[in-house]
Design a protein around this ligand. Structure first.
Ligand code: ZN
Length: 314
């Protein structure tokens, strides 16, 4: 007996939906929050402590909360024994002709070998609105802060220098990144960027390469970096290119021909740039997924691989 056409269709859609759900469940790590994580490992509890303070209020450029967040981040980086620089410079945006004075937060960990540096990048300003900036991009900022702390606790000197840039005024048109790339002397040292962004409050963290050249070596390196739950495909970058949004990494690619990896999540996208982008709504499993990229990536890109291999445009 032939099943009616609409039953077959319904069953097929249901099966596809369940398969997708199963696949996504396997991609996302399950977060464990406890206070007894060894100091060399990423601690969700510590990351959330930072995030709660950063996302207490909307902290768009020129707000008092914006300055408070900057002071907090500088203090936390200094607690790790790092020397912190604030790059203060006037920038006129090349895209929308908006100008402002930016205050980029910068620090550098010295490597054991000469050569190009790895950059860890995210932005600390929130959108000029009611957004609390917990996901966009507080999540990226605390992932970097806590991962760098854990990395330093291992006591391993990296091969290449690591530059941390917590950029300013991303929401006004990537102005902090532009100020760094066009004006800061360290910009010519950067070989590869890991950029952390958000366009929602949850879901798996996607990786897509942003490059002007071929990306074969970058994909190979990513494959070998021992990342436990990688989630990527070539479609992501194609879709991203069609969207009006750019990220700070776009400035590195366009103005300085520096390539890198973008890490971003997009579930609950209706939270983006609204008051729903807050501490409570950021999915903790998403934050754990973000950390599950950066911790092994730091080990791999700084210790086991030469930057010159990555930078060959194949
Ligand atoms: Zn952002």
């Amino acid at each position: 007996m032939k099943a009616p056409h609409n039953i077959k269709t319904t069953v097929s859609i249901l099966l596809i939906f369940l398969t997708c759900l199963f696949a996504l469940n396997r991609i996302m790590p399950r977060v464990i929050i406890n206070d007894s994580v060894p100091s060399e490992e990423f601690s969700m509890a510590r990351a959330l402590d930072h995030l709660k303070i950063i996302s207490e209020k909307p902290h768009f450029v020129s707000s008092s909360a914006h300055e408070r967040v900057r002071v907090y981040l500088v203090t936390e980086l200094e607690k790790l024994g790092l020397e912190v620089e604030i790059q203060e410079t006037q920038v006129l945006g090349q895209k929308n002709r908006t100008g402002t004075k930016v205050h980029n937060i910068l620090t550098r960990i010295k490597g054991s070998e000469p050569g190009k540096a790895l950059m860890l990048l995210s932005h600390y300003d929130s959108e000029v609105s009611t957004s609390y900036g917990a996901s966009d991009a507080g999540s990226g900022v605390v992932t970097i802060l806590e991962s760098v702390r854990a990395y330093l606790a291992k006591g391993i000197q990296p091969k290449n220098d690591i530059i941390v840039l917590i950029s300013d005024a991303e929401e006004l048109g990537l102005l902090g990144a532009q100020g760094f790339v066009d004006k800061h002397p360290w910009s010519k040292d950067v070989g590869l960027v890991l950029n952390f962004e958000a366009r929602g409050s949850g879901g798996p963290v996607l990786m897509f390469v942003e490059t002007n050249q071929g990306n074969q070596n970058l994909i190979r390196a990513f494959d070998r970096a021992n990342i436990s739950r990688p989630f990527s495909n070539s479609l992501f970058y194609s879709i991203y290119k069609l969207l009006p949004n750019d990220t700070d990494l776009t400035i590195f690619r366009k103005n300085a021909d520096v390539q890198g990896y973008n890490f971003a999540f997009i579930d609950d996208h209706f939270d983006y740039h609204t008051a729903l982008d807050n501490y409570e709504r950021l999915d903790r499993n998403t934050l754990q997924h973000e950390a599950s990229y950066l911790m092994p990536a730091l080990d791999y890109f700084q210790w086991r691989i030469s930057m010159s291999f990555l930078l060959k445009p194949i």
